[in-house]
Design a protein around this ligand. Sequence first.
Ligand code: DX5
Ligand code: ZN
Length: 223
Amino acid sequence: MIQIAPSMLSADFLHLEKDVELVNMHADLFHLDIMDGVFVPNISYGFPVVDAMACRAEKPMDAHLMIIKPEKFVERFAKSGVSMLSFHLNASDDPASTVDLIHGCGMKAGMAINPDIPVESLFPYLDKCEYLLLMSVFAGFGGQKFIEDTYGRLRVLKAEILRRGLDCLIEVDGGVSAANAPALAEAGADILVAGSAVFKAEDPASVISSMRDASSRPFMIKK
Ligand code: DX5
Ligand code: ZN
């Protein structure tokens, strides 16, 4: 069953508790986008907000670090109660050691790549990570248009994971909606991140359930 991870970047920060409860009731994970204005050209939120969400979160928190030197903050995210921590492959001087550090702090480790980085660059790390984060937009902002090339990249990554008999999951992030969820599930996605599609909707709960339902139906490829 595919997991749905609403991106809290698009939540209503004036009424954050309401959106945290929505995820508790209807979704699987909290996706927390952490940006430093250096690795990506935007700044999001930091520990005061993460800690506030942690007070109410009943589903696991999945933090997506878009920061340079991610290893500096691994322990701090563990202290906040994050249970899945991903960082960008090209943001770390030593990705394998960063994964070890994440594991040492008791969290699941994920490696993320932007759409311009070959998926093959993740291959050496597939057996070390619990999940991979495949960006389907360039990291930095919510509300961008899904990049169609993602399907092909996802298939290549999934094929390599299956060929090697690994159980590493693939999370797809950026421009994901109920419209492309079935095709993404069919191409091999295990976790779908959705920010604006969920929180800008009139009925976020029904968007989450239609993403999940659509993804569990066999997808017919149109010729
Ligand atoms: C972008 C973030 C995404 C973003 C997704 O840098 O990693 O998680 O919030 O937002 P939508 O679903 O609106 O593209
Ligand atoms: Zn993200």
